[in-house]
Ligand binder design. Structure first.
Ligand SMILES: [Fe+2]
Length: 372
């Protein structure tokens, strides 16, 4: 019955233990490349434009641009995980870090909104939100996060500060998890190709249903994609009794997915200045819980970009509701911002941030938008 499901092949299939022995996913910047980034960040700031009005042409990288294009290609055709290392974040101002990161992102894709507020560079840190609370977003808490994907082609995390302890990144190859589940329990692998109902967590378009259906495993034109938000599936089951109940197989499959992911994961700490990029179609991520400093100015701080890829893969047609577009290279993904911006690409961040990276009460603690 499950003979039609085949093991996936290629460089996106890896085990964490193997990847740890390799260094081809770590892209260390040379000094002249760092100098180029810092000069471009200064040039961008000198335009007088607001950060989110900066476009690629304002951030010239005459030599590094080609390497960033190659890095983007690796995200698509390689292991789907890489770290750009060497940005001297510890000695940079908050503004320099933000301009530099934004500019690097512009050379790799199109930034998309990460929340209903239209956040384009979210600060990932603990502001006391507890994952699982209604409408909560895990990135605003200090809790461990289960394996999931974000609603964008590529997610970038730049480490500004580390926690006192913990807060390590957990990353796993989704095709590897798929293959292992297929080997152990092909019936459960098949269950993940079925539709799952998920809550929009308040991010649906005006007039649309507050939930949507999509499979977890999908294949289109021979290319695999996994999308998973475990809490959104749970919330949909709890909130809308009229939706089809999860089957026993689907529940068992979701549990096994997390178990296998934990077996095959790569767990790695961040170095200050590291920028981790993940392709959400072929990797899942989570993180370990962390202990933070009492002083808000010393707390763990990551800056997150969500990018729509210019060379992205085709997605299963059922993914269109969530992604807005499923054809390769189309701008897609993100969380629709309120007040009329639907997946507004390069819309201004209106959260009123002042460019500091201390984050105390800067975000709405209700965490009103969704996705982790
Ligand atoms: Fe995430």
């Amino acid at each position: 019955m499950t003979d039609h499901i085949k093991p996936l092949e290629g460089p996106s299939v890896w085990h964490g233990a193997d990847l740890l022995r390799r260094t081809d996913w770590i892209e260390t910047l040379a000094q002249h490349e760092i100098d180029e980034i810092l000069a471009a960040a200064q040039a961008a700031a000198d335009t007088g434009l607001d950060l989110f009005d900066i476009r690629k042409e304002h951030f010239p990288l005459p030599r590094l641009a080609e390497r960033l294009a190659a890095i983007t290609r690796k995200l698509e055709d390689g292991p789907g995980l890489l770290v750009i290392r060497g940005l001297p974040a510890a000695s940079m101002t908050a503004a320099q870090i933000r301009y530099a990161y934004w500019g690097i992102g512009l050379h790799m894709g199109i930034p998309v909104s990460q929340s209903g507020k239209g956040e384009l560079m979210a600060q990932v840190s603990d502001i006391g939100v507890r994952f699982g609370a209604p409408g909560a977003r895990g990135f605003r808490s200090n809790q461990a996060l289960p394996f999931h994907t974000d609603r964008c082609d590529y997610v970038g995390l730049l480490c500004v500060r580390n926690a006192l302890s913990g807060g390590w990144s957990r990353i796993v190859s989704s095709p590897a998890v798929h293959n292992e589940m297929l080997r152990r329990r092909p019936d459960l692998a098949e269950a993940l190709y079925q539709q799952f109902y998920m809550s929009w967590q308040g991010d649906e378009a005006p007039g649309s249903k507050p939930y949507y259906a999509a499979p977890i495993f999908g294949i289109r034109d021979g290319l695999f994609s996994l999308q998973l938000g475990p809490s959104y599936i749970r919330v949909a089951q709890e909130k809308w009794p009229e939706l089809p109940r999860l089957t026993a197989s689907q529940i068992e499959a979701m549990t096994m997915l997390q178990e296998i992911a934990a077996e095959l994961e790569l767990t790695a700490p961040f170095a200050i200045g590291d920028i981790q990029f993940l392709n959400n179609h072929v990797t899942m991520h989570g993180r370990t819980a962390f202990e933070d400093d009492e002083d808000p100015a010393k707390r763990r701080m990551l800056l997150r970009l969500w990018l729509s890829s210019p060379i992205g893969r085709p997605l299963p047609r059922e993914a269109e509701t969530l992604w807005g577009a499923v054809e390769p290279g189309q701008p897609r993904g993100g969380v629709p911002a309120k007040d009329g911006w639907w997946r507004n690409v390069l819309a201004r961040d209106r959260t009123g941030r002042d460019g500091t990276l201390h984050l105390t009460g800067e975000h709405d603690q209700r965490g009103e938008a969704a996705t982790s």
